[in-house]
Design a protein. Structure first.
Length: 566
């Protein structure tokens, strides 16, 4: 007899053999009687013996194979059509199964929570031999958790194929668990689901008219809630269109201000790259003129977007711009080198030094970047690196700095030296940012703006339309943040009567669903949990390697730890 650290009910262990990768456990059934599966009569008449060799949970990374000696019994009921039957232990092993029940339960969790292709190799390292097809089959056989109609429901769409086909994800906003997945994002499908599952009292959604109509038809008594993030996103888009229309005038005033503007350091471009940039600009300008021409002829924006195969957002920007929107220069983003800049400047002021030594010194101070980050910064400060084993950096004269642009770079790649005035000591100003960057100055809390950002905001507010839009935008943000729903109607009326057409159109759209907007201000529900599950759904979809259809995707999204194989 042998004792095992786990149970094997109904069997007596008679043998244990441990190999290099496999453990074989022999056991014999203990019961003296068995129940006929057809007539349910007990029998003690043994017909024969045979062996079953299922796989069990691994031990210390080794595959465990059970060798079970079981019996066949004769049915002693003369009226039963079942002559012989095998004894069964369903708590250990299902009929005709090649795995124990506990191993199958473990595999179900892997099949439901992970993709079968990467899961199978990982399981083999643990001592479980299983194929991806088996995991895929188990995932399709998992039972769905019972559907409990939530009191607060969140609705959002996701893409099966971006721009072509979409589905709908439903999430319980209280338990943050997915409720169901619908095969499309139409109003009829959502309304049909809501009618089949009554009981929803609050429904959070984005500002899609399809979801609004589906919620109204399927659950007319439910309170619809417009998602706050989408409302503020629409406000940002409105302000960005406004800035895009006045950006050319702002840039003209900004360039006329005293003080030079800092030139953007660019890598030297070849003649072909510069020519390709010019061709792209001409093509974009031609498309802009075509959009304006069609819009002036009365063609709707959506029709223009479909005919020219453009995004409706781009068409709206072109229509609202008033002039061809030039590409704005991108500003330098934050760098991991910024905290060490004072130290680097101090070292350069002391005299010539080596970029490699500077990088090693920074590494001792905790800098995690590479050598190239430091060397590029040194070159940007006007120091020219000389190649060689004992290379040092020498300060370049102020009047012989290399200013590299696309226009003065010849095809051979050689750079011309442009004389820069060494007597210029006026601080340089940053170029005017694009509307997409400037719009955040209108939305952020003024108390969190830096001195330079506050100066830029004051400059922008010299435009009357921008100043009025800024005041109304800050009022709306505070209204949303402090849940002052009683002020919503007055704010909407102010926007409609204002002389800013963009805000007037935005407020008119909010008035059409003012009940959902007011609920968004007052109630705590939002589409945040739904967006999180949409990201999870995208991860599941991308790890399925195109081996699953909508049914499998739905089962994996709705999978929970309580799921099992029937």
């Amino acid at each position: 007899m042998f004792s095992l650290p786990f149970e094997l009910p109904g069997f007596t262990v008679t043998q244990v053999e441990a190999g290099e990768k496999t453990v074989i456990i022999g056991a014999t059934a203990q019961q003296t009687t068995a129940i006929c599966p057809r007539c349910q009569q007990p029998s003690q008449s043994i017909h024969s013996y045979y062996h079953r060799a299922p796989q069990d949970l691994p031990v210390s990374g080794k595959t465990v194979r059970l060798v079970l000696r079981v019996r066949r019994f004769r049915c002693q009921n003369p009226t039963c059509s079942q002559r012989t039957f095998a004894e069964r232990r369903p708590e250990v092993l299902a009929s005709h199964a090649q795995r124990t029940e506990r191993l199958t339960s473990t595999l179900v969790h892997f099949a439901g929570g992970e993709s079968s292709e990467p899961a199978a190799p990982r399981l083999s390292h643990l001592g479980i031999i299983v194929s991806p097809d088996t995991l895929l089959r188990l995932a399709r056989q998992t039972t769905e958790p019972p559907l409990v109609v939530p009191k607060a429901l969140g609705v959002d769409d996701f893409a099966f194929r971006r721009g072509r086909s979409y589905g709908t994800l439903l999430v319980d906003l209280k338990s943050h668990r997915p409720v169901d997945v619908l095969p499309d994002r139409s109003a009829d499908t959502l309304a049909r689901w809501l009618r089949a599952h009554p009981g929803v009292e609050y429904l959070s959604r984005d500002r899609s008219p399809e979801y609004a109509r589906g919620a109204s038809e399927g659950a007319p008594t439910a309170q619809q809630i417009a998602d706050r993030w989408h409302i503020l996103k629409n406000l940002r888009e409105v302000l960005e269109r406004l800035l895009g229309r006045v950006h050319a005038r702002l840039k003209e005033h900004y360039d006329a201000m005293a003080g030079p503007i800092r030139a953007r350091s660019k890598r030297g471009r070849t003649k072909n790259e510069h020519l390709a940039s010019q061709v792209a600009r001409v093509r974009r300008e031609a498309r802009y003129e075509e959009v304006v021409r069609l819009y002036q002829q009365g063609t709707p924006i959506l029709r223009i977007a479909d005919d020219l195969h453009m995004s409706r957002t781009t068409v709206r920007k072109f229509v609202a711009a008033g002039a061809f929107p030039e590409r704005a220069a991108l500003l330098r983003s934050k760098s991991i080198l910024d905290p060490y800049v004072p130290y680097l400047k101090h070292r350069l002021d002391e005299g010539p030094t080596n970029a490699s030594q500077l990088w090693r010194d920074l590494r001792e101070q905790g800098f995690s970047g590479g050598y190239k980050v430091v060397s590029r910064w040194v070159q940007a400060q006007g120091w020219q690196l000389r190649k060689g084993r004992f290379s040092q950096a020498s300060k370049m004269p102020e009047d012989h700095r290399e200013i590299t642009t696309g226009e003065n770079t010849p095809p051979g790649g050689q750079k011309h030296q442009v004389q820069a005035p060494s007597q210029q000591k006026t601080p340089l100003r940053e170029p005017l940012e694009s509307p997409g960057h400037l719009v955040w100055l209108l939305l952020r809390d003024p108390a969190h703006l830096s001195e330079a950002e506050q100066q830029m905001l004051s400059f922008m507010r010299q435009e009357q339309a921008v100043d009025l839009a800024y005041v109304l935008a800050q009022q709306f943000i505070q209204l949303m943040r402090e849940h002052r729903a009683e002020e919503l109607d007055a704010w909407l009326s102010t926007c409609v009567s204002s002389k800013v057409p963009d805000l007037g159109t935005f407020a008119t759209g909010l008035q059409k669903e003012v009940s959902a907007i007011r609920a968004a201000v007052m109630l705590p529900y939002s589409n945040g949990p739904v967006e999180g599950h949409v990201n999870r759904l995208k991860l599941i979809k991308r790890t399925m390697y195109n081996r699953g259809n909508f049914d499998l995707l739905r089962r994996r999204v709705l999978y929970s730890e309580s799921s099992s194989v029937p």
